[in-house]
Design a protein around this ligand. Structure first.
Ligand code: G6P
Length: 611
């Protein structure tokens, strides 16, 4: 939610800031702005709408300077107007960009208004600008770091901040608590901040991660960091791990399509180095993992959105293959509930970004009360990974499309590996482990075959373009796959989509079924197929049109009102991974037909760092 970029350098930084914003636009895209020190004054340019609107304005009204901060917004407090866009200023001499939410902004605002500070926006951020100006006025030495330390001490909530001042035009000050912020270490004569490494890959591949409560001062030649207690700290400089081309759209029309097509490759990358001779390499989870896994008596999974759906599938695997109880809950509920955590609970968090506010809060809430915490995550230096006892990376590479695709399937691979690791300690037969590992090795090839359904799915998508609603059905591990399919469709095509376990059909949703309600079903050839077919008859009998992704077209025959596409045969454990692909492609093509903004659907953001 919201993207921040900042730069201090010996060369003009405007283009670097704009390019950084373009790369961060997945975090929010309703307005954008920049503030630059041009050697004489702070200049500010803001626009409602996407970064392109800001770029167009900058082309007509060029800003130059070597010190600047920029922001792309996902509105929380106040509408997405130019007046509410960041940076916010106090007077002419201080500018701030902010990601997060200041929970106590109302009393702070009232106090500042009473003291005569004028407010020109509805945002919570503007209080930070005025608090800083007030603090600087009180300090004889006008030290920006000291002012930021004093002000952040008064703020409740979450924030990542970038601050520049006309009175100290050689420096950029940054702070973080609860929202992500990374320092880009320049290659000479420049340094940077950003919400995400991707924004800065244009200028550096060396990064320093700030810890909770840190404040940093960046000049052209130096980076100083203080912790929450005000003590100087040093963080290691880390090299970026993924190739830089991963953040490029290449020849694909949308990031989402590119990311769907990357799945065979990233599944392979997630498996790489984690198995040997048909067995899982437990070390993948860290040296102390084995001893912890021995003591696990139950698993509590916590996640949001698509990652939550991955957790729901893992529950079937863990209970079936490991034989230990598994609970799954969305983080926004879990964190505020009085949860019972029996002895021996492994807290398993799942997150693409590792920065989702609710998932992080859930971890922090119960960390001390569980046996251990394990994060399945796609971003190595993220807060979730740093704060968990154990982690397993999904090597999906950067995912830019707001609707998650390759992150989901690689999460499933990582969760199946986790199931094997726990199973080994809890009686899963070696032969079963070997069978599943062997099947996993075949998976990239099967995913590639599933992608060949693309042209047929594009045809099928036409039946949805004019529809208002759709129903997704599945059973067993394919029920969460149906949930994910419905989520994808509603996220990017804005068609109202619901998912149900097929067995629940007659308990309500059947009442909705008619020829205007397409029903999508994932129907592999497994133990549940006969029961599922009976459910599909119930739909046909009510005139509902069926779109079936089946393991065997002999079993589910195409006929008038029933379209069937055959998905490659796969072992039962891997069905949820393989059957996800056609549903992703279906949503994608429906969205393209409807002409929506596939990679940046309205009202959504990729990384939800506010609660
Ligand atoms: C947002 C994204 C989803 C994602 C969810 C959880 O809603 O749009 O694609 O599944 O956040 O994000 P996480 O990074 O924790 O997986």
């Amino acid at each position: 939610m919201c993207g921040i970029v900042g730069a201090v350098g010996q060369r003009p930084v405007m283009e670097i800031l704009l390019e950084g914003l373009r790369r961060l636009e997945y975090r929010g895209y309703d307005s954008a702005g920049v503030a630059l020190w041009n050697g004489e004054q702070l200049q500010r340019l803001r626009r409602a709408g996407k970064v392109q609107a800001l770029s167009d304005a900058a082309a007509e009204q060029p800003l130059a300077g070597g010190l600047g901060i920029a922001h792309t917004r996902w509105a929380t407090h106040g509408k997405p107007t130019e007046g509410n866009a960041h940076p916010h200023m106090s007077g002419e001499r201080l500018a701030v960009v902010h990601n997060g939410i200041i929970e106590n902004f109302e009393p702070l605002k009232a106090q500042l208004q009473a003291e005569g500070y004028p407010f020109s926006s509805d945002t919570d951020t503007e209080v930070i600008a005025h608090l800083l100006a007030r603090e600087l006025a009180r300090q004889p030495q006008h030290d920006l770091v000291a002012a930021v330390a004093a002000v952040t001490g008064q703020l409740e909530g979450a924030f990542a901040l970038g601050v520049i001042s006309a009175d100290q035009p050689d420096q950029l000050v940054a702070a973080r608590k609860g929202s992500p912020l990374v320092i880009g270490v320049g290659l000479g004569g420049e340094n940077f901040i950003a919400s995400d490494q991707l924004a800065l890959l244009q200028v550096t591949d060396r990064f320093m991660f700030l810890a909770e409560g840190d404040i940093a001062r960046l000049t052209c030649d130096a980076i100083q960091v203080w912790n929450a207690a005000g003590e100087p700290v040093e963080h290691p400089v880390v090299q970026y791990e993924h190739g830089t081309s991963a953040a490029d759209k290449g020849t694909f029309k949308h990031y989402m399509l590119k990311e769907i097509y990357e799945q065979p490759e990233v599944v392979k990358a997630t498996l790489a180095g984690r198995t040997s001779n048909g067995r899982l390499l437990e070390q993948a989870f860290g040296a102390e993992a084995g001893a912890i896994f021995d003591q696990v008596r139950q698993v509590q999974i916590v996640a949001c959105g698509t990652s939550y759906h991955a957790g729901l599938i893992a529950k079937y695997w863990l209970e079936e293959l490991v034989g230990i109880p598994c609970m799954v809950e969305v983080a926004s509920e879990f964190r505020y509930r009085k949860v019972v955590l029996p002895q021996g609970t492994l807290l398993l968090t799942i997150s693409q970004s590792g920065e989702t506010a609710d998932t992080l809060a859930a971890l922090r809430e119960v960390k001390e009360r569980v046996l251990a915490s394990l994060a399945i995550c796609n971003v190595p230096g993220s807060s979730l990974v740093r704060e968990s006892d154990l982690s397993l990376m999904t090597n999906a590479g950067p995912e830019i499309g707001v609707a998650s695709t390759k992150a989901f399937t690689t999460q499933l691979v990582a969760l199946l590996l986790t199931t094997l690791a726990l199973g080994r300690r809890h009686g899963l037969a070696e032969a079963d482990e070997q069978r599943i590992v062997t099947d996993l090795q075949q998976l990239p090839q099967l995913l590639q075959q599933a992608l060949e359904l693309d042209p047929a799915i594009r045809q099928m998508a036409q039946a949805f373009a004019e529809k208002q609603h759709a129903l997704f059905l599945g059973r067993g591990t394919l029920y969460p796959v149906a949930m994910e399919g419905a989520l994808k469709l509603k996220e990017i095509s804005y068609i109202h989509a619901e998912s149900y376990p097929a067995g629940e059909l007659k308990h309500g949703p059947l009442a909705l079924v008619d020829k205007e309600m397409p029903v999508v079903t994932v129907a592999p050839r497994n133990d549940m197929l006969d029961k599922l077919k009976a459910n599909l008859q119930e739909v046909r009998a009510r005139g509902g049109e069926l779109f079936v992704f089946a393991g065997c077209a002999q079993e589910v025959k195409p006929e008038s009102g029933v379209q069937v596409l055959e998905v490659p045969q796969v072992s039962s454990e891997l069905e949820p991974i393989l059957y996800t692909l056609p549903l992703q492609l279906l949503s994608y093509h429906v969205a393209v037909l409807k002409g929506t903004d596939v990679d940046q659907p309205r009202n959504l953001a990729k990384s939800v760092t506010v609660e």
